[in-house]
Design a protein around this ligand. Structure first.
Ligand SMILES: Nc1nc2c(ncn2[C@@H]2O[C@H](COP(=O)(O)OP(=O)(O)OP(=O)(O)O)[C@@H](O)[C@H]2O)c(=O)[nH]1
Ligand SMILES: [Zn+2]
Length: 213
């Protein structure tokens, strides 16, 4: 795999809508294989986490988060992306590590296509069937660039914050040592319960859902 390098890093103070604040070291990259403008956010004492990991201690916590404009920015209740992002930033900041903000809108099909998929879901298809009906893959995400970013920041061993087994499998395939997979919380709403249930049954996401009535 081609090597990527950190292109720039700047500190950005974050404040979420619920008032939670933390500084983030926002990093950009040169040489990412997919040509996208992905970001890594170094959170908490990420430098100490890297030093400890290199000495054989606990690996830094890392969450690969796929972009979701509607959820991350506008607070859409159709998915769980906004609350997951908020949760991940705080958990990583507590322990030191990285949030990878990956420009993989709509599981890689893009924003307009995701909204087309939402329209199909409103006429009965589930989240995966809708992608297929559009002639797209159920999930087109590839994590090669994410692996490149982790190597570039020196995090080749990670504790991965995700419920998605594919993220761990792909990162391992690209040479990252995933020492542990940590589940994220489940952020359910009436509008996203079907979406979450489909993820759990269709792609073995580790999502614990209360039984539907
Ligand atoms: N095509 C499509 N994409 C969706 C839909 N709902 C959410 N997404 C996208 O799915 C992605 C969600 O990504 P993640 O938060 O990384 O979720 P995940 O793959 O389930 O894995 P974890 O959250 O890590 O467990 C984002 O890119 C969203 O834009 C949908 O109905 N159709
Ligand atoms: Zn979302």
């Amino acid at each position: 795999m081609m090597k990527a390098t950190v292109r720039q890093q700047v500190t950005v103070p974050l404040r979420f809508t619920d008032g939670y604040t933390t500084p983030a070291r926002v990093m950009t990259f040169d040489g990412l294989v997919d040509g996208q403008e992905h970001l890594a956010l170094g959170l908490g004492d990420w430098q100490r986490a890297l030093t400890k990991s290199a000495a054989g201690g606990r690996a830094p916590m890392v969450r690969p988060h796929s972009e979701c404009l509607t959820g991350d920015v506008f607070g859409s209740l159709r998915c769980d992306c906004g609350p997951q992002l908020r949760e991940a930033v705080e958990r990583i900041a507590e322990q030191g590590g990285f949030l990878l903000y990956l420009r993989q809108e709509g599981r890689g099909i893009g924003l307009y296509a995701k909204l087309d998929a939402y329209a199909l879901q409103d006429s009965g298809l589930d989240t995966y069937e809708a992608n297929v009906a559009l002639g797209r893959g159920e999930d087109e995400r590839d994590y090669a660039a994410a692996a490149q970013m982790l190597f570039a920041v020196g995090a080749d061993r990670v504790r991965l914050l995700t419920n998605n087994p594919d993220k761990a499998l792909q990162l391992e395939k690209y040479g990252i040592d995933v020492t542990q997979r940590i589940p994220t919380g489940v952020h359910m709403s009436p509008a996203n319960v079907r979406y979450l249930a489909t993820k759990a049954t269709h792609t073995s996401h580790t999502i614990e859902l209360p039984l539907a009535e």
